[in-house]
Design a protein around this ligand. Sequence first.
Ligand code: ATP
Ligand code: MG
Length: 404
Amino acid sequence: VGTELLLGQIVNTNAAEISRGLAAMGIDVYFHSVVGDNPQRMRSVIEAAMSRSDVVIVTGGLGPTPDDITRDALADVLGVKLVRHPRLVGMIQDVFKRMGRDMPEENRRQADIPDGARVIDPVGTAPGFWIEREGKLLFALPGVPWEMKAMLTETVLPELSRRSGQGVTLSREILVVGLGESRTYELIKAIVDEQTNPTIAFRADAGQVRVRMTAKAAGETEALELIAPIDQAIRARLGESAPQGHHSTAGEALVVLLQERGFTVAAAESLTGGLIGAELTRAPGSSDYFLGSLVCYSTDAKAKTAGVAEEILREKGPVSAEVAGALAEGAARSFDADLGVSATGVAGPEPQDGAPVGTIFIGATLHGHTETRHVRGYGDRSHVQRMAVTAALDLGRRLVARAQ
Ligand code: ATP
Ligand code: MG
């Protein structure tokens, strides 16, 4: 629910999040509907949804402002009144107290719940609720994505799982970096084509492919037992390109290894402009392994900041394997890190120094051993940059994994 969605001001990430959660449980999702903050149209969308599906999940419009009308619209469809819950008023007041503010009068409306509905306690200020009607379930969750997600995973999915009684559907992903989707498929085709449980699906994104195995079984242990041999067989064919463990990005795979070994990492980045550093600081506790990143965008900065020799820059050009190697070494040296990683290249839209858009050189150095790679990036500027981040972190991961 929300006019902002219809205007394209925000993207409907809640729908994607909910669908992923339901699909992982083996619940079929047949419709997504988006409707603005209008009582009549909201009513007709909810009525249609309830007439054709067993479960309806609504997000958004549970806030305190007059355009937040989901509560009223749902009560209207259900033919019940809204009831104010004093306990919820207290909880919302507490949120404001913690922020050192008085609760505005309008926020009391957020404690109004359709009569007979069960309350989902607020994670932020907006409570959610759910109700059963003629064997059908209707859930209402806040629009704010992290609040929505908390209620989805803690209340909605467990409730649906309990009721579906069809055992569990469980997925595990193998991350594959540096092979591309078709090559990955080629290598494991024989396994994929004969699998029915677990089923195997691919998802490619900026230089990484995720191979998702989804098993259906009576319980979690049984599902994992179905996945284990397939997981092993796939890894045996992909070798070093599939990091150990179940990670969703090359950065995560590297970080886990760094933590295991007690190694530190530093970066020197050109075309990624700080994105390698950003990726390495995403996880809490990153100060344990991440020391810093030199953003040396200009040719001059590569010499002055990362100490790349002037003649290498002159002879090989800033977009070259030699410079990528020297940048990685400069990063490790400047920060006194075990591992140095780097990326230099042409993000576009214009070619640079004779190198076409998408040319990427990455480097990594571990305890004096340096390697570089040439990667052919494609897509728009941001995609090329993300491919460079992935490739650089993955080369670092390979060096650390090999250093037993
Ligand atoms: P609040 O109490 O915070 O106002 P709410 O339930 O009223 O919550 P909305 O006002 O609909 O929620 O949305 C709050 C914000 O959450 C929006 O401005 C938007 O940034 C985000 N949001 C809402 N719906 C979605 C959605 N479907 N996908 C992604 N983000 C959303
Ligand atoms: Mg709102």
